[in-house]
Design a protein around this ligand. Structure first.
Ligand SMILES: Cc1cc2nc3c(=O)[nH]c(=O)nc-3n(C[C@H](O)[C@H](O)[C@H](O)COP(=O)(O)OP(=O)(O)OC[C@H]3O[C@@H](n4cnc5c(N)ncnc54)[C@H](O)[C@@H]3O)c2cc1C
Length: 416
């Protein structure tokens, strides 16, 4: 089915009887050319680009739950490309460019909204580091504008500028940053991949690999064994569990991150705001809810739910940044499992097992990476070579010491 303004008009006049399921309910075949494990944003995007861009056939996506049930449907929807290290900046800028045309590419309304993102600074030292980051972005052709306090006040008059401990002195603004409706990204990629003949098999959990003589020949699932020439793993928070089935120990820890939504309010936030004196980021959904989050819970877990101390910490950050948030009622909250890598940057690489490829380590920044991750992983699976923007995301960087330590936190996932 193709979506268009004409189709909506026609359906409105004919009682909405002509809509079809967004993707087929596929049944697993005995063998495929390529299997992607994980029906999250990255897995579905990979399958779509494999089929569309790299003309691959006989592709299946195996998802243990339902499409959109993982982090792709649990995140705070922020997209941006305001990174500092060269090895990350080019990748995330590529991703933002793909977001800018995604709705046409997948023929689905993903509600891409480039309403801008501002990272606030509260000290001279922080301003200097943001100037440096902004300059790196501009060298890469990315938009970055340094705003002084008056300029920030004009855009966001409701913030607490006179906070005695953390007065706001200005911010680094990326106008092209913004938000995208997260579920729509999962549904849209599923819809587009399905159109190219990809089998999306839900409730199909991979429980083992068929490996012989250093080659991966297929997967074992709760629905039987399936053969494949190539297998790509994109299971985000479950990365270490799944790769453990192939005998691999990854430089990844799983942690919980929570998200929060307030009751619906009149439009107040013009864009995404990131507090620089604590960990708090907030935007407003089109329905009016304030969507916000902060730090990970700080202990290893595979549970998709969070704990109360972080709720308190996040709300404290929110109230010190914009005191009026204290009057809003919290409507919903949930948690997702983050695949925290040891340097805070992702991995898109082959493994030492022939035919087995890995994509993970997205920490809590993988939503904005979805298009570029899918494209680069598809490139690797189809051509056995790295895409230019992802060529540094190798597994062996943790052995060679060439880590991509964007935040300068070292090998401490709880701090990334
Ligand atoms: C609360 C929260 C806020 C976030 N905010 C942002 C943000 O604002 N911006 C941003 O860029 N990023 C954000 N992120 C991070 C981002 O959501 C993730 O990095 C990204 O979604 C991970 O990739 P994915 O979509 O493929 O993951 P998922 O959607 O988790 O997909 C992985 C899939 O693999 C499946 N799976 C696991 N094991 C198996 C198995 N054995 N067999 C078959 N299938 C399996 C899972 O069921 C899951 O559906 C946030 C995350 C959370 C939880």
């Amino acid at each position: 089915m193709t979506y268009s303004a004409l189709k909506i008009f026609k359906e409105a006049l004919t009682g909405h009887k002509g809509w079809k399921p967004v993707w087929r309910k596929s049944i697993a075949q005995n063998s495929y050319d390529i299997i992607i494990i994980g029906g999250g944003g990255h897995g579905l995007a990979t399958a779509f680009y494999l089929a569309k861009q790299f003309k691959q056939k006989k592709i299946a996506v195996l998802e243990k739950g339902w499409v959109g049930g993982g982090n792709v449907g649990r995140n705070t929807t922020i997209i941006r490309s305001n990174y500092m290290l060269n090895k990350n900046q080019a990748f995330y800028e590529f991703s933002l460019k793909l977001w800018e045309r995604i709705e046409k590419d997948i023929n689905y309304n993903a509600m891409v909204s480039q309403r801008g993102i501002i990272n606030l600074f509260h000290s001279d030292a922080q301003r200097d580091s943001y100037i440096r980051r902004g300059n790196t972005m501009r060298i890469h052709g990315t938009d970055a504008i340094l705003l002084n306090q008056d300029e920030v006040k004009k855009k966001y008059p409701f913030l607490n500028y006179d906070n005695a401990r953390f007065p706001i002195k200005g911010g680094l603004w990326q106008p092209r940053g913004g938000t995208v409706r997260h579920d729509a990204v999962a549904w849209g990629y599923a819809h587009a991949a399905d159109k190219y003949g990809v089998d999306i098999i839900e409730n199909c959990e991979v429980v083992g690999f068929d490996i012989a003589n250093g080659k991966c020949l297929g997967v074992k699932t709760n629905k039987g064994n399936i053969k494949a020439n190539k297998i790509g793993v994109a299971v985000a928070g479950n990365s270490s569990k799944v790769m453990n089935m192939a005998g691999m120990r990854l430089p990844i820890e799983s942690h919980v991150l929570q998200a929060f939504v307030s009751e619906g309010l009149k439009p107040i936030l013009p864009g995404v705001i990131t507090y620089g004196a604590g960990h708090f980021y907030v935007s407003q959904s089109d329905k009016g809810g304030l969507v916000f989050g902060g730090d990970i819970d700080g202990y290893n877990s595979y549970a998709q739910r969070g704990n109360l101390p972080v709720v308190e910490d996040v709300c404290e950050g929110g109230v010190s940044l914009m005191p009026m948030i204290g009057k809003a009622r919290l409507l919903r909250m949930w948690g997702g499992i983050m695949d925290m890598s040891m340097d805070g940057s992702p991995i898109i690489d082959k493994t030492h097992i022939s035919g087995l490829y890995f994509n993970g380590g997205w920490c809590y920044g993988g939503f904005k990476a979805t298009p570029a991750s899918g494209y680069s992983f598809a490139h690797l699976l189809a051509t056995d070579t790295h895409h230019e923007v992802a060529k540094n995301y190798t597994l062996d960087r943790f052995k060679s010491g060439l880590t991509i330590d964007e935040k300068g936190q070292g090998a401490q996932p709880n701090l990334h």
